[in-house]
Design a protein around this ligand. Sequence first.
Ligand code: HEM
Length: 519
Amino acid sequence: MAAEIELLLLLSPSILALFLVWLLIKRKERTLKLPPGNMGWPFLGETISYLKPYSATSVGEFMEQHISRYGKIYKSNLFGEPTIVSADAGLNRFILQNEGRLFECSYPRSIGGILGKWSMLVLVGDMHRDMRMISLNFMSNVRLRTHLLPEVERHTLLVLRSWKENSTLSAQDEAKKFTFNLMAKHIMSMDPGKLETEQLKKEYITFMKGVVSAPLNLPGTAYWKALRSRSTILKVIERKMEERIRHMRDECERREEDDLLGWVLKHSNLSTEQILDLILSLLFAGHETSSVAIALAIYFLQDCPKALQQLREEHLKIARAKKQAGESQLNWDDYKKMEFTHCVISETLRLGNVVRFVHRKAIKDVRYKGYDIPSGWKVLPVFAAVHLDPSTYDHPQHFNPWRWQQNISSSSSSSNSSNSSSVGANSNATMSINFMPFGGGPRLCAGSELAKLEMAVFMHHLVLNYQWELAESDHALAYPFVDFPKGLPIKVHKIQHHHTTTSYDSNIHLTLNSLSLPC
Ligand code: HEM
């Protein structure tokens, strides 16, 4: 008993100090005009309801109820922290554009634990800028045109040519295979099909499950397994790195690999630990997102025959022109001709919302539209809520690639929009300015152009070579990461070509009747 009293006396100054800090915070909060909202349970807040899975083409019940109750800006307690949630397009832009000045990237600690403390998602300030420069340099426009486009096409064909007539396959897994192989080649010159590449792919699956799971580091949990996978993956990357350093030192080794690993070793002063985290997180950022986007496009298109038909017509035109010119590989001019394809890409990203929100924190007291956002509070700009807002996008639940067509005509005089009547009442400028599938400001996705290129090239060969239907009903869910629970099983039918040896054939037998029904 005496010991307990002694302990209490010992702790009481700290308890008192904590209580005083709490009182001061509460007093400050009372004088502030915080947005309306509900802070939920102590510590847990409203996190469980916020993370409850829902259809990826909706904002989910939590968001819907909170917006109708409190408006587009509300307070909550999420991920253990007081948070301002924003479904307001203006505030979202304001947050992203003021990165480093008023707000700062702030992902949950568990993300840093798994992606590494040098991961770009976690870094802020000068170190983030340096890592970002390396990534941007490596995905520059010049590299996209000269180096990446042929690689993207090669990896697309590798996957598509493995599909057997009338077979059923998981579109999501096939898309992952494509984006993983591409990234592994581009980053570390690892070839698809080789033992080490396949082993790395397998480890990555476990790793990914942990990135998106609850951060419970207990034996057997997905997070715990992912941390183990992280060290296995890092060992593989480190081995590749040591191999490369040996080759670079070896005077006889003339050939230098044109990949990210070679580039960072030669042109940067990064430490081994930094290089490992950079590569691990680029592999993650670069394959997970674009594969989901491709699966979503496959899903939306099978449900919208009119869009699929127009897409196929666009690609047939390109394929015929290439055949006439005696060319066999796609080039940048072909890519630029894919105007409707870009509408399909934008619409897929708008409706599917691969990255639904990002994590930020206020680093200063901020006032916005009469509300106070206290320094230290988490801020979540929810892009999905804006992309699915009927005041910005007409019939937002409807897959309508034509809504983007006027944007293209206004930025390029060569467009021959025949479906402009389908464009809704919302102004194109409003749609564009509020469209943020790749985030924005100083942290705008470094791979956005590569992602669009991957989607366009994959769709080009897909629609020219295959028809498909859902083998089983499946739909995308937001966990909040987007995933098809059954992997999106599709049954594929090869489109008959007269000459199977070439990718391009003007004799593709398709009925391209005009359908008058919208999808
Ligand atoms: C459809 C596919 C993709 C989507 C929807 C997407 C979305 C995003 C978003 C929203 C962010 C901002 C995160 C934040 O602000 O906190 C981001 C960042 C990033 N993305 Fe992507 N991404 C895609 C594909 C790619 C690809 C193919 C790469 C290539 C490696 C890539 C590399 C990155 C990197 C390095 C960052 C961090 C940028 C920085 O912090 O400066 N992404 N991405």
